[in-house]
Ligand binder design. Structure first.
Ligand code: MOS
Length: 694
């Protein structure tokens, strides 16, 4: 047990400390950094899916007034390392996917750069390519591990025998669509190269992650790379690691004689350059006795990666811990295609990976004639089925029951297609949600006392729009036992002490634990009344409990769906999420994370679908006119609540991460509600009107 913090500021809905700066436009984002003599970069992208660049006509672009430089693979500065093929920008004539950088223009204005880029004539030797994910491909392979380091396959007991002898079985294939991250702020990098090294104003989830990744690419000592990101307009994983545009900006800054280079990707460019959620094809098999007790679970996933760099989404991992079953099997197989590199998108693994199984559980509930909540309760494990460890806290059942009470589940007639309201068929659905309580070592915090009882708390953490400026201040205040007004927090700069990335919903756990540890050491050393200038620095303390417990957050997602009987139009008037995530640091910012995740889940259920054209290797709907994202008009009555969960094993705050769990299970709840409304089972996302038409 880690010694718990006495919550005073923690648990209050402190308004965002950066809120005023944001709404008045004085919070400076990367591209807005005021810099003298800035130049602007516009990339040139490959228009073939695979092959070689045979020639680039740069003369017209170079002759344009205001053009500072034109880069191609022929003249771009050489990188020190090309080990990471995604980051090996303009180092060869090879094209590995459509949209890859093949050139760039640097100019005095963004308009001139863009116009000049459009004048670059690129000739190609085009080669055959393959961009189609199918489960029946003969070249699927098993990766060594799945993201970030889970075993690829697991096999416990005898799944085949258990399925054979089960009273009831479900054997279905589900699919989730390719999706692209679209944070409000596009990916932006401002690069300055001078005698001090490389400075980047970057829209990133981790300043130190960028520094650590980019420094060896340029052959620089990490101390000579500085990354600054005080405000970030969303990331969802796509800014968790630097992508090729960061390197392109750095290369460009080497040829501008010290002038800063500003690069903001356009929406359309983001669809090939900043990662995406792989499409998944999931075969789920469940075997159960007539009372719904699971005897077997098998979850076999096929998904894609790129030929130049592997990313293996951990889609089946949550199945390993979700329900009790003596026989369990999971597997992941990849197709390596001539496509951009997939990457993290809010709850990689859990988000797509809870869709198939949670719809399958609904199908099993129908097959058994058991209420879907009761079915889940009957399969609640006493300990983590995978590790055998006890859970530090597991309140899935509590979430399901509280949600049922709030949602009015007891009034539900289980018969599908039984409720009609005018022309609309009405149904309700439920699904479980889960997300691991990750914690990584490796953050460092520095605390220094100032005059008048003030404290400066320094850590290179990131606020990607989630509220870190506010919540870390609350934690620091409680850790030092001072009011929040006495804390000056500094984050978002690699010149500050090292911090882990804002990813895996682990930011607050990692940075908060570190700050609490350092604050305790500070108080032990200097007492309640430290002299001005007293200072302590230290690393994230170990948490031995993480060896003894399985640590996961849980939740229950509820949805009401209306499907128009004549047109198939689908609406979601109601969504409720109930979560058990330990202690909530700030109810206001937490609720915003939950309903944001649930809205993204609604978006996944009904809209988001990157359409890969097999005849061009191009995501054809690469803008907001064609790639639909849920808006206010799509969201009905949405609410998120949480149980009062006390878990002393997690960290001194008693908190689990909350950035990602809100999306997990939301699409399954909507798909299950759509079945209940119509009697039509949709197993492929997104759920569109045509599925309900005869
Ligand atoms: Mo999140 S996809 O781990 O940034």
């Amino acid at each position: 047990m880690t010694e718990p913090l006495r919550p005073r500021a923690i648990g209050t809905s402190l308004a965002r400390l950066d809120g005023r700066a944001k709404v008045t436009g004085t919070a400076i984002y990367a591209f807005e950094q005021p810099l003298e003599r800035a130049t602007y970069l516009h990339p040139v992208q490959a228009t073939i899916a695979r092959g070689r660049v045979t020639a680039v006509d740069t003369a017209t672009a170079e002759a344009l007034d205001g053009v500072v430089a034109v880069l191609t693979h022929v003249n771009a500065p050489r990188l020190a390392s090309t080990d990471d093929a995604e980051l090996a920008v303009l180092q060869s004539d090879e094209v590995a996917f459509r949209g890859q950088f093949v050139g760039a223009v640097i100019a005095d204005t963004p308009e001139v750069a863009r116009h000049a880029a459009s004048l670059m004539g690129v000739s190609y030797d085009e080669q055959p390519y393959d961009v189609q994910l199918r489960a029946d491909r003969d070249d699927l392979y098993a990766p060594e591990v799945v993201n970030p380091s889970f075993p690829t396959d697991t096999d416990d007991g005898d799944v085949d025998a258990a399925l054979e002898s089960a009273a009831l079985t479900v054997d279905q294939t589900y699919s989730t669509a390719m999706q692209h991250n679209n944070p409000m702020e596009p990916h932006t990098t401002v690069a300055i190269w001078n005698d001090d090294g490389l400075t980047l104003y970057d829209s990133t989830q981790g300043v130190h992650a960028v520094r650590t990744t980019v420094a060896p690419v340029f052959g620089l000592d990490p101390e000579r790379v500085r990354v600054i990101a005080p405000h970030v307009g969303g990331g969802f994983g796509s800014k968790g690691m630097p992508h090729a545009h960061v390197v392109l900006a750095g290369l460009a800054a080497q040829v501008t004689s010290g002038r800063p280079v500003k690069l903001a990707l356009t929406r359309q460019q983001m669809f090939s350059l900043v990662g995406y959620r792989t499409p998944t094809i999931q075969r789920v098999r469940l075997g159960a006795d007539s009372d719904g007790h699971l005897a077997a679970i098998a979850h076999d996933v096929v998904e894609q990666t790129s030929k130049i760099k592997e990313f293996a989404e951990q889609t089946a991992v949550s199945t390993r811990t979700m329900y009790a079953s003596p026989n369990r099997r999971t597997s992941h197989r990849l197709a390596a295609l001539d496509v951009p590199v997939p990457s993290w998108m809010r709850a990689p693994g859990e988000c797509p990976g809870m869709f198939g199984p949670e719809v399958a559980m609904d199908e099993l509930a129908v097959a058994c004639g058991i209420d879907p909540i009761e079915l889940r309760v009957r399969n609640e494990p006493a300990t983590d089925p995978e590790s055998g460890l006890p859970y530090s806290s597991r309140n899935l059942v509590g979430c399901l029951r509280e949600g049922a009470r709030r949602f009015g589940w007891d009034r539900r007639d289980p018969t599908p297609a039984a409720r009609r309201d005018g022309g609309w068929l009405v149904g309700t659905g439920v699904a479980s949600s889960t997300y691991p309580a990750y914690r990584q070592p490796g953050s460092v915090a520095n605390i220094r006392s100032g005059p008048d009882g003030r404290f400066t708390v320094r850590i290179g953490a990131a606020d990607i729009g989630t509220g870190t400026w506010t919540t870390l201040t609350q934690i620091a205040a409680d850790a030092l036992d001072v009011p929040v007004e006495a804390v000056d927090l500094q984050i978002g700069d690699s010149a500050l002490p090292m911090a882990t990335v804002a990813g895996g919903s682990s930011g607050i756990s990692n940075w908060g634990s570190t700050i609490v540890g350092v604050a305790r050491a500070f108080r032990d050393k200097y007492g309640p009344d430290p002299a001005d200038g007293s200072e302590t620095e230290g690393e994230t303390p170990d948490n031995p409990a993480s060896e003894r417990f399985a640590m996961h957050a849980f939740g229950a997602q509820f949805a009401e769906v209306r499907v128009h009987a004549d047109t198939g139009e689908i609406r979601v008037p109601r969504q409720l999420g109930v979560f058990a995530v330990g202690r909530i640091i700030n109810p206001r910012t937490a609720r915003s994370q939950f309903i944001g995740g649930m809205t993204m889940g609604l978006s996944m259920a009904l809209h988001e679908h990157s359409v890969m054209d097999p005849s061009s290797g191009h995501v054809v709907n690469h803008d907001f006119a064609e790639y639909h994202i849920a808006t206010n008009a799509d969201v009905g009555d949405i609410d998120a609540v949480w149980l009062d969960e006390h878990d002393p094993h997690l960290n001194p705050m008693g908190s689990k991460g909350i950035g990602e769990i809100g999306i997990v299970g939301a699409a399954a709840a909507i798909a299950n509600a759509a079945y209940h409304a119509t009697g039509t089972r949709v197993r492929d996302l997104p759920i569109t009107a045509d599925r309900f038409l005869p």
